[in-house]
Design a protein around this ligand. Structure first.
Ligand SMILES: C[S@@+](CC[C@H](N)C(=O)[O-])C[C@H]1O[C@@H](n2cnc3c(N)ncnc32)[C@H](O)[C@@H]1O
Length: 261
């Protein structure tokens, strides 16, 4: 890959010390959700070592298929600069570089332990940088595509996150969001709800020894936007040509929109 020449304003942010989690470990009530910068960062830092294993286990490897489909729909072109926000352990960025080796992809996340794993895993020379999605350290119109998988739900202010993605995207460029949603069919919603709220937190707790994170997951999905609401939010954030695709009965949804101005 060519060396990157992004106009980085700041590659490593002065990240404040991580604060301990304040979530009551027994709660999955969404009113208890703490999406503050420090809490979310501490939570993902705490589960980094087990994140990939649990992701693949708990989704029966469907997460790989969803990321693969997302990049197929994005269809990055040769020479495109792509920002993977909330890149975590790097799977979406790596998939993007795998499908289009001639694009220049960069990952950003504020949880350093997740980034360390991304750096170890990445087969290509993908730069993984520390950065906050709500205050991106990139100039306007730097990337032909800004993408995020399972990150938007954690933003303290979702619209602001989308506006930041829009800001750093070139005119005519694409913004892609892959996110968990509540399944559409009542039957699937019920069955999935039992798994998501009871079985997943239990397995997550045993494997990661971090109960909050796997209580937070179902609660954050429960308290998040529906597919239609999220499409409206993308338009409100200034994006156009919003399209979406349900994955696995609506357990996850891929959104792609364009920046037109
Ligand atoms: C559920 S993980 C998703 C990781 C990866 N994108 C994937 O597909 O598996 C969410 C990630 O978003 C990061 N994150 C959440 N809010 C963020 C923010 N405001 N700025 C940067 N990273 C953030 C977390 O640190 C975590 O690594």
């Amino acid at each position: 890959m060519e060396p990157l020449a992004f106009p980085l304003v700041q590659t490593f942010m002065n990240l404040a010390p991580q604060t301990p989690l304040e979530l009551d470990q027994t709660q999955i009530d969404k009113s208890q959700l703490d999406k503050s910068h420090g809490s979310v960062r501490a939570m993902f830092s705490g589960i980094a070592g087990r994140y990939d294993f649990l992701n693949h286990l708990l989704s029966a490897n469907q997460d790989k298929r969803w990321r693969r489909r997302a990049i197929q729909l994005l269809a990055p072109q040769k020479g495109n600069r792509v920002l993977d926000l909330c890149c975590g352990t790097g799977d979406l960025a790596i998939e993007c570089a795998r499908q289009q080796p001639q694009c220049r992809v960069v990952g950003a996340d504020f949880a350093l332990p997740m980034l360390h794993i991304a750096l170890q895993k990445s087969p290509a020379k993908i730069p993984f940088l520390a950065g906050d999605a709500l205050h991106l350290p990139f100039a306007d119109a730097t990337f032909e595509a800004s993408i995020v998988a399972f990150g938007a739900r954690n933003f303290e202010d979702t619209e602001r996150g989308l506006r930041e993605m829009q800001r750093v995207t070139t005119s005519g460029g694409k913004v892609l969001v892959l996110e968990f949603m509540r399944p559409t069919s009542p039957l699937l919603r019920h069955g999935f709800g039992v798994f998501f709220k009871h079985i997943l937190p239990l397995i997550g707790k045993i494997v990661s020894r971090h109960q909050q994170a796997y209580n937070y997951l179902p609660a954050s999905v429960d308290g998040f936007y529906s597919r239609r609401e999220f499409e409206i939010l993308m338009r409100k954030a200034g994006l156009r040509d919003v399209r979406s695709w349900n994955m696995s009965g609506g357990i996850a949804t891929i959104f792609i929109a364009r920046k037109t101005n």
